[in-house]
Design a protein around this ligand. Structure first.
Ligand SMILES: [Zn+2]
Length: 392
């Protein structure tokens, strides 16, 4: 573990000095962000959080652009100029994160921000307000030390937890011109692995309309939507191919009205995860190919893939290897991991832009009541992030 303070964090002296004793500042920023609650479905709340981050960026000498959204939280594009060098302009580097959380307004009352047992706790602290504070602080320190070679575009979306439908186009547009994307989502597990692969995520709804009838008097006239849906779901269950990392889960089911009525309506919501981009078409064809067994029923299939997978490309592996080498120099051991969850990094990776994810805080309990970040990793991980930016 890297030592902070008088001991060496890593070779570059001025950065070492700059990060020593940086924990109180990081904690102050994290607290500030956690205490502005920002549930994805509350635009005004997410915008308040964006406002606070924009103010911090302006103080740091950054440029701020708000991308207005009607329904979701605004997108926040922060730009920090790199060092000016004889005419030649390097492609910018992107830091990517989100300001929305899964926590409803008022959660702070039950789960207030606090520091205890070597951790900081609170709604959204790990996913991912600590990551936002780390990104800002890393850039700030680099700029003070004249260590920012490339321009940094720090993009913060406001609808990541609900699928990023409003922000995806902007994320892709900005990422296209960047040399690499560092995603400040939490690292994996308490050892804090960086994420080099993420599954793609999709969702389908199967909706069946049958023919209602009295289950006692008129049974034979009925065509049960529930029976038809059950049959369809058994087929859908067979779409899972574990060896390909392809899973299909019917997680929600509804239908029927009373036990003595043959059900006229039934529907199921299905989650799909794919590890390989080429499986998107394969699974789409399978869902669209579903046909009713009972011809008196009607089946509607809606949905599709939402996020493409982030496959472990050569470019991502190269970024990870650089990070692991830098970490070793700091006395840290850094591992990599693949995860089934998606992030906005899925979009940038799918464009072919080198993307490394999980570069934010180390902790556990994202989306759960024990959400927390480890204090001991805050400064070393921020320093590692800064080194990754500096050497990009
Ligand atoms: Zn997140």
């Amino acid at each position: 573990m890297a030592k902070v303070g008088k001991s060496v964090i890593y070779g570059s002296n001025w950065v070492e000095e700059a990060f020593a004793g940086c924990e109180p500042l990081l904690l102050k920023r994290i607290r500030g962000l956690v205490e502005i609650e920002s549930p994805s479905d509350d635009k005004q709340a997410v915008d308040r959080c964006a406002e606070a981050v924009a103010e911090m960026a302006l103080v740091m000498g950054g440029r701020v652009r708000r991308h207005r959204r009607k329904k979701f939280g605004d997108g926040l594009e922060l730009r920090f100029a790199g060092r000016v060098r004889g005419g030649e302009k390097l492609a910018p580097l992107m830091l990517l994160g989100h300001l929305d959380t899964v926590w409803p307004m008022g959660t702070l009352g039950m789960m207030p921000f606090r520091v205890a047992k070597g951790r900081a706790w609170g709604p959204g602290v790990l996913d991912m307000k600590a990551g936002v504070a780390m990104g800002l602080t890393a850039v700030e320190v680099l700029r003070q030390g004249d260590g920012l070679e490339r321009e940094v575009i720090f993009l913060l979306t406001g609808d990541e937890e609900i699928g990023s439908t409003g922000s995806r186009v902007l994320t892709e547009k900005l990422a296209r011109g960047c040399s690499a994307v560092f995603v400040l989502e939490p690292a994996q597990g308490l050892k804090g692995a960086y994420k080099t692969a993420r599954k793609g995520v999709g969702g389908y709804v199967l909706r069946v309309t049958g023919v209602a009838a009295h289950a006692g008097v008129d049974f034979e006239r009925g065509h049960s939507a529930i029976a038809e849906l059950a049959w369809q779901l058994e087929k859908v269950r067979g779409f899972t191919e574990l060896d390909r990392g392809l899973t299909v889960n019917a997680g929600v089911i509804r239908g029927g009205t009373r036990t003595n009525v043959v059900a006229a309506e039934a529907e199921a919501e299905i989650d799909v995860r794919i590890a390989r981009a080429k499986d998107a078409g394969r699974i789409e064809r399978k869902f669209r190919g579903l046909r009713v067994r009972d011809r008196s029923c009607v089946l509607h299939v809606e949905g599709g893939m939402n996020r493409p997978p982030m496959e472990r490309s050569r470019a991502t592996a190269a970024l990870f290897h650089r990070a692991a080498t830098l970490a070793r120099g700091m006395g840290l051991e850094l591992t990599e991991a693949a995860t089934g969850g998606g992030s906005d990094g899925n979009f940038t990776a799918a464009l072919g832009v080198a993307t490394l994810d999980g570069m934010g805080a180390v902790g556990e309990g994202a989306h759960a009541s024990h959400e927390s970040v480890l204090l001991k990793d805050l400064v070393p991980r921020t320093a590692l992030l800064a080194e990754m930016i500096r050497t990009s």
